[in-house]
Design a binder for this molecule. Structure first.
Ligand code: SF4
Length: 285
């Protein structure tokens, strides 16, 4: 394992104001919903919650995989909450969200990977207000074709699956496979070429620019046209160590190269996360 960096550069010293979060936390707790903002300890939480923006996490808060970078708890998940789709929909309406991101833990224990629960959540939101744009960020669902079809037919406008890093560094995604993630993105695109396909990666594991550019080409060839690139920050000393704090100008360089390849929108900066400023992506469609 790489030695942890002992300092954060100036561009990564963001202050989190807890006071900005409390009103939102009340709404989320009353709605009996979970957010990836809290579960993943997202550094943008103060900013997003103060703007009434949150990204929901369904299928419970316990993941069946063991990515070494991720703050989400791992273990044996609880049974699905059948009220969760409606709870999420009501909370989305209450917050007045016009573009909502919904993700989940990976549920390898479920035969459909949780696809039906995603489907029901999108339908519950659309039943309340069909004009709300829904973005799903799904696990690979073990490439289960029926599950991916269910996802594509949910009515979501944008579907994402994060490839996370370059193939050489896939030890940080234990239990997952680079080619499998590419095939998932490609299958989603083939099932419905009109749906916007998005992916996300993190820098800071020790990847080289040539590897990232090759990854971006792979994504583009799979039909992915939207991409987020952010800096990996280690949630604790027990998680994967940060190998490098990448300078903002390198994020800009990769974004420009990706736009030259033909991507429709790339958000690339140290604090970019898959759901950060998610409404911006479709504005370019
Ligand atoms: S960037 Fe996404 S996950 Fe992070 S706080 Fe904002 S909405 Fe939540």
């Amino acid at each position: 394992m790489e030695k942890a960096l002992s300092y954060k550069p100036l561009w990564l010293r963001k202050k989190i104001k807890m006071s900005d979060q409390s009103a939102m936390e009340r709404v989320l707790s009353q709605g009996r919903v979970h957010t990836i903002c809290e579960e993943a300890m997202c550094p943008n939480i103060g900013e997003c919650f103060s703007k009434n923006v949150a990204s929901f996490m369904i299928l419970g808060t316990i993941c069946t995989r063991a990515c070494s970078f991720c703050a989400v708890s791992r273990g044996i998940p609880l049974a699905l909450n059948p009220y969760e789709p409606e709870n999420v929909a009501q909370t989305v309406l209450h917050l007045g969200l016009r573009h909502v991101v919904i993700t989940s833990s990976t549920r390898d224990d479920l035969s459909d990977g949780g696809a039906d629960h995603f489907y029901k959540t999108v339908r519950a939101i659309k039943a309340l207000d069909d004009s709300i744009l829904v973005e799903l960020l799904i696990p690979d669902m073990k490439e289960n074709l029926l599950a991916l079809e269910r996802i594509v037919h949910s009515g979501a406008e944008i579907i994402g699956h994060n490839i996370e890093t370059v193939p050489r560094l896939y030890h940080v995604r234990k239990g997952s496979d680079y080619e499998c993630s590419l095939r998932v993105l490609g299958t989603l695109h083939i099932l419905n070429p009109d749906i916007a396909i998005k992916s996300g990666i993190m820098l800071g594991f020790g990847e080289r620019d040539d590897e990232v550019l090759r990854l971006m080409e792979d994504l583009w060839e799979a039909g992915c046209r939207y991409l987020s690139i952010g800096q990996y920050l280690s949630p604790s000393h027990k998680h994967e160590a940060v190998v490098e704090y990448v300078e903002p100008k390198r994020f800009e360089y990769l974004k420009n190269r990706g736009m030259e390849m033909g991507f429709s929108h790339i958000k690339s900066s140290p604090y970019t996360r898959s759901s950060y400023m998610a409404h911006e992506y479709l504005e370019t469609k």
